[in-house]
Design a binder for this molecule. Sequence first.
Ligand SMILES: Nc1ncnc2c1ncn2[C@@H]1O[C@H](COP(=O)(O)OP(=O)(O)OP(=O)(O)O)[C@@H](O)[C@H]1O
Ligand SMILES: CC(C)(CO)[C@@H](O)C(=O)NCCC(=O)O
Ligand SMILES: [K+]
Length: 249
Amino acid sequence: MILELDCGNSFIKWRVIHAADATIVGGGIVDSDQALIDDVRALASLRLTGCRIVSVRSEDETSALCALIDKAFAVLARVAEPARAMAGVHNGYEDYQRLGMDRWLAVLGAFHLAKGACLVIDLGTAAKADFVSASGEHLGGYICPGMPLMRSQLRTHTRRIRYDDASAERALSSLSPGRSTVEAVERGCVLMLQGFARTQLEQARALWGDDFSVFLTGGDAPLVREAAPQARVVPDLVFVGLAMACPLD
Ligand SMILES: Nc1ncnc2c1ncn2[C@@H]1O[C@H](COP(=O)(O)OP(=O)(O)OP(=O)(O)O)[C@@H](O)[C@H]1O
Ligand SMILES: CC(C)(CO)[C@@H](O)C(=O)NCCC(=O)O
Ligand SMILES: [K+]
């Protein structure tokens, strides 16, 4: 069994797969290293033979997590490293090492699945879009605040925007103009996210006509589903790329 980790800025997504056929044994989302160890340990019949990690955290944080995993499960974690080119995709950044590894792996996964031009939209703490041409040229992309950042900026920098998580969730039952603070903010931020997605689609259409695939991933992907009806929602897109960048055995 292989432990796979996607360490984002706010959460760690994890799953355990069988090494032989990649079937999923278990998985989840946690907000701390210790919660990760506890949840993985709780899996019945756990027998880890390897671990691979993609991280956008600092090197120190990532090494600390690897050490914790070694201690808890006695497996050496393999950390995905930047590359100028891989699996038919050429990194489009001037300095390829600066491209976020979550973006790079999502791009590798998307190009592998699309076998052609593709647009990747990843909606997490940050909202990201990346473009890959049919010949595998990564053209670059965009980074914006995602839903959690937009929300917290409004809460932090205004005095009268205050509401709890439960009312935030209720507010998203519709997107019509808000009649309370929570509705106005939550719906407004969702429309920003949808506007982001629509603009990326326009951009892709300008580049490639109708000849491209769209991939939607990240925790907030469901919020823009209607803005990108043609998109394939692939929650584990980063893991698809991680397996390509860090083959084990
Ligand atoms: N089960 C869940 N646990 C945590 N967040 C979730 C869950 N389902 C949806 N979300 C939403 O997903 C968003 C976080 O997305 P994601 O987990 O992709 O972020 P991240 O990987 O930490 O961020 P980034 O990829 O930008 O570094 C939050 O806005 C949160 O509300
Ligand atoms: C943009 C984030 C924070 C999204 O997780 C990550 O991909 C990252 O840290 N990227 C480095 C900066 C860049 O991609 O240009
Ligand atoms: K991520």
